[in-house]
Design a protein around this ligand. Sequence first.
Ligand code: AOF
Ligand code: ZN
Length: 341
Amino acid sequence: MARAVQLSALGLGTTSPNPVVGCVVLDAAGAVAGEGWHRRAGGPHAEVEALAAAGGRARGGTAVVTLEPCRHTGRTGPCTQALLRAGVARVVHAVADPDPVAGGGAAVLAAAGVDVEGGLLAEEAAEVNAAWLHAVRTGRPLVTWKVAATLDGRSAAADGTSRWITSQEARADVHALRSRADAVVVGVGTVLADDPALTARTDPPPARQPLRVVLDARGRTPAGARVRDGAAPTLVLTAADVGAGPGGRGVDLAAALGVLHARGVRSVLLEGGPTLAGAFVDADLVDRVVAYLAPALLGQGPAALATTATGSTIAAARRLRVREVVAVGPDVRITAAPLRA
Ligand code: AOF
Ligand code: ZN
């Protein structure tokens, strides 16, 4: 299953609005016979890819898959039938499929005499598939706020200079984050201040560029801004498009996320400045934080986050749970998720 989870991650960035799924088929003796993962929406499901790789060796074997096999005919046929046709004796899945139409494959397989077990490495598999699972539950994409700051939590110097706080390695890592996201979101303030390209510049280049989204209440994105250069698709959302935010400030963030969801976006990388990030935090719309911390001290300059509603007293602090801590070049990357009831 650990290998299936790894395989599923290969689909990040290219499967939305579908899930990422990985599958390993073992032969009757327990040896790996085939591997597969879901590559793109509408393409073969992971189970079908792995069964094709395994061929006749699947008979009497085990399919290990990160998501409960589907039982529906959608853009492709039901994986339950493909598994039965291949003569698989046992199916082990990590996470149940919450989709009311596709879900329930485990029961179908069990009724057909297959030995079925669920829940293996469920947490790990769910984390890789977090965006899709979150979107099924909420109707909104999963929002990851990316922040770069010094050890004392400053994202720019007092004179406004902010290039570069973190290392080349950390910046390369951000491009990898972008390549796995369906959309990259900034506010118009960032466009006006930094004129970012917001493309994923990885080596090799990503299979597709994320949608660039500018939240721009009053339509101030310049015609010559880099986000309009055609290097990737771009969406400018104004208050006329999605409604205004609380107190008439900015755009309605939940509505903007709803619009993105309707366009098939399941994961959003929020790269805006402290004000936009603060508005997302205040609206409880940040689902992951990826913080790159540089071993530097500034002592002055803007804080990485500017909230209006959160944290005026220690009891109001938003508490998160650390999911991962990794060294990236000379910097540290911390991934955390909010603790919600
Ligand atoms: C996938 N890939 O490997 C598995 C999926 O859009 P369809 O018709 O291909 O069906 C998508 C649904 O099938 C998806 O939402 C999920 O519930 C189930 N399993 N989907 O795209 C896969 N195993
Ligand atoms: Zn399927």
